[in-house]
Write a protein that binds this ligand. Sequence first.
Ligand SMILES: [Zn+2]
Length: 145
Amino acid sequence: MTEKLEYFMREALQEGRKALPNCLPNPPVGCVLVRDHEIVARGYTNQPGADHAEAMALRQISGDLSDIIAFVTLEPCSFHGRTPSCAKTFVSRKIGKVYVAMLDPDPRNNGLGIALVEQAGIAVSVGLLQAEAELDMGRYLWKTE
Ligand SMILES: [Zn+2]
């Protein structure tokens, strides 16, 4: 099962690469939604003010999402910036489960996105293919210096 999980996260990383350069200065995040071991929707970060990866993928699916597993390369945003919070969208759409490759060091997020989803009773797993996600997105993420 681990191999299958890694396969889906790798597909999400591939989606994220499609985001560049239009997504900047937002990080190039990718997302795939999986139902019954099949990818049923894909998304990546659009230009600022337009859909984040999660919103783009969720837009492709209607109805009950309780049997959907989301694979996202970066922690979903907890805050409403130019677009609605993706963490809150996962909660309101009642997604089944979420795999996240890495936390978002942006101080407005930094674990808050994970907490929002978990507090709603949705299982979240962080760290799947984290090293690969850091290679892809590290230079685009919030920096302390
Ligand atoms: Zn977002």
